[in-house]
Design a protein around this ligand. Structure first.
Ligand code: NAD
Ligand code: MG
Length: 390
C-alpha cells in the first residue's frame, strides 16, 4: 500500500536523508507536505521531484520566492508557522518531525491529534513536553516512532520484550568534537571547532550540542519521557566509534546492543518502513576490520550538561522546557560569538536555578504552559548573557 508522507524540516540534515530514502523507493510513497525555512531553492526542488501536494516555508518573507520557484509545477505554496500547522492537518499516514528546536513541537502535536504516525527526530518535543506528547498520542490512537539513533536502537532492542524486565538503558555518546581535548582548552573553543563532528554529519546546532554533550543531556531526558523508565536506570557512556547506538540491560543480566554505521538513514529508514524492514542503502559493518569497540565514563565535571539533565529529570514539570529554551538561547549566543563554549552550561545552570527549575510556573504541561516557559527561559538566558558580557 502506498504510504502518504509529510516531512517537517525537509531541507535539513534529517529531512534530506528522509527525502533521499523516499526518492529511492518512489512507488511506495506519496508526498503530502514538505516544509523548510529560507532555503527556498532546495525546498522547491524537493517538492518538484517528489510531486508534493504543498510546500511551506516557515518565513512569510520567502513566500514570493517559493511561489516563483514552483510556478507551473502544480505544487501549492504557503508560508508562516500557521501554514505549517495547517499542513499538519492534511491527511497523511506518516509524518517526519525534523524541524530543529522547540519550533518542532506544535506541528508534531497537531499531527498526533490527527492520529498520524509521527517519526520523531525533533527530540526537543519530548524534552519540553514529553507527557503532553505521549498523552496526545494515546488519546488519538497515534504512534510515535523515535528517530534519534539511540532511541531507535532502544526501540529495536525492546521489540518482543516486556519493559518491566528492563534493568538499565545505556545510550552511547561519541564524545563530540572535543572528546580528546585537554579541559583547559575548552573555554576558548571556536564556533568552527565545535561545528565539526568526528563521526556524524548533522545540522550545525546538534553538532555543537554534541561537543558540549547537551545533545546527550537532551537524549537522557528523551529516553525517560519516551520509554517511561526511572532516570536512575538510564546511563550515558562515551563510545568513540559510534557503532553501538544503545544497549538495553534486562533483569537476567543479558544486554541487547544495537549496532550500525553512523548513518541516520538507518534510523530514518527503520521508522519510514516500520513495521516492516526494507533493504537500506547504508554501509554494512566489517567487524573484523574494525577490530575493537571502546568505552569510557563521561566526565561530568567537564560536561555539566549531564548533571543538569539529571536535575531536570528529577524536577519534571516544566523543567525540560526551561532547560531546552535556555540551552537554545545560549547556543544562539555561542553561535553569535557573544559567549564562550563553557558559558553555555553556566547560562543554563543559572536559568534553572532562577526559575527553581520551573517550579514557580505551575506544573501542568499544556502547550501554552510549555511555550510560556520556553519564552521565559530564553528571556532569562538573554539577561544572563548580557550580565556576563558586562
Ligand atoms: P537542520 O538544522 O539541518 O534542519 C532543520 C530544519 O528545520 C530545516 O528544514 C529548517 O528549515 C527547519 N527549521 C529551522 N527552524 C525552523 C522554524 N523556526 N520553523 C520551522 N522550520 C524550521 O537540523 P537537523 O540536524 O536535521 O536536526 C533536526 C532535528 O532532528 C533536531 O531536533 C535534531 O536534534 C534531531 N536529530 C538530528 C540528527 C541528525 O543527524 N542531524 C540526529 C538525531 C536527531
Ligand atoms: Mg542521537
Amino acid at each position: 500500500m502506498v504510504r502518504r508522507v509529510t516531512i517537517f524540516g525537509s531541507t535539513g540534515s534529517v529531512g534530506c536523508n528522509t527525502v533521499d530514502l523516499i526518492t529511492a523507493d518512489r512507488d511506495a510513497f506519496e508526498v503530502v507536505a514538505l516544509t523548510g525555512g529560507r532555503n527556498v531553492a532546495k525546498l522547491a526542488r524537493q517538492a518538484r521531484e517528489l510531486n508534493a501536494e504543498i510546500a511551506v516555508t516557515a518565513h512569510e518573507a520567502c513566500y514570493q520566492d517559493l511561489r516563483a520557484a514552483l510556478s507551473g509545477s502544480g505544487v501549492e505554496v504557503a508560508a508562516g508557522s500557521n501554514a505549517i500547522l495547517e499542513a499538519a492537518e492534511r491527511p497523511a499516514d506518516w509524518v517526519m518531525s525534523a524541524i530543529v528546536g522547540a519550533a518542532g513541537l506544535p506541528p508534531g502535536l497537531k499531527a498526533l491529534e490527527q492520529g498520524q504516525t509521527l517519526a520523531l527526530a525533533n527530540k526537543e518535543s519530548l524534552v519540553t513536553a514529553g507527557p503532553l506528547l505521549m498523552e496526545t498520542a494515546r488519546r488519538h490512537g497515534a504512534t510515535i516512532l523515535p528517530v534519534d539513533s539511540e532511541h531507535s536502537a532502544v526501540f529495536q532492542a525492546l521489540i518482543g520484550e516486556d519493559i518491566s524486565t528492563v534493568e538499565r538503558v545505556i545510550i552511547t555518546a561519541s564524545g563530540g568534537a572535543f572528546r580528546d581535548w585537554p579541559e583547559e582548552k575548552l573555554a576558548s573553543a571556536t564556533l568552527a571547532e565545535a561545528s565539526a563532528h568526528p563521526n556524524w554529519a548533522m545540522g550545525q546546532r546538534i553538532t555543537i550540542d554534541s561537543a558540549s554533550l547537551f545533545n546527550k543531556a537532551l537524549e537522557l531526558i528523551e529516553t525517560r519521557e519516551y520509554f517511561g523508565v526511572d532516570p536512575a536506570m538510564i546511563e550515558a557512556i562515551v563510545h568513540p566509534e559510534s557503532l553501538i547506538h544503545a544497549m538495553v540491560g534486562f533483569r537476567d543480566g543479558g544486554i541487547m546492543a544495537h549496532l550500525g554505521p553512523p548513518d541516520m538513514r538507518h534510523a530514518i529508514g527503520f521508522a519510514l518502513n516500520w513495521p516492516t524492514r526494507k533493504t537500506l542503502p547504508v554501509e554494512r559493518l566489517d567487524l573484523a576490520a574494525l577490530g575493537q569497540l571502546t568505552f569510557r565514563e563521561p566526565d561530568e565535571d567537564r560536561y555539566p550538561a549531564l548533571r543538569l539533565a539529571r536535575e531536570v529529570m528529577s524536577a519534571r514539570g516544566l523543567a525540560g522546557a526551561i532547560f531546552n529554551g535556555s540551552k537554545e538561547r545560549a547556543l544562539d549566543g555561542f553561535i553569535e560569538g557573544r559567549i564562550g563554549f563553557l558559558d553555555m552550561a553556566n547560562v543554563v545552570d543559572t536559568v534553572l536555578a532562577k526559575t527553581g527549575a520551573g517550579s514557580h510556573m505551575g506544573r501542568e504541561i499544556t502547550l501554552d504552559a510549555v511555550l510560556a516557559a520556553d519564552a521565559e527561559a530564553r528571556r532569562l538566558a538573554g539577561e544572563e548573557m548580557n550580565r556576563r558580557q558586562g
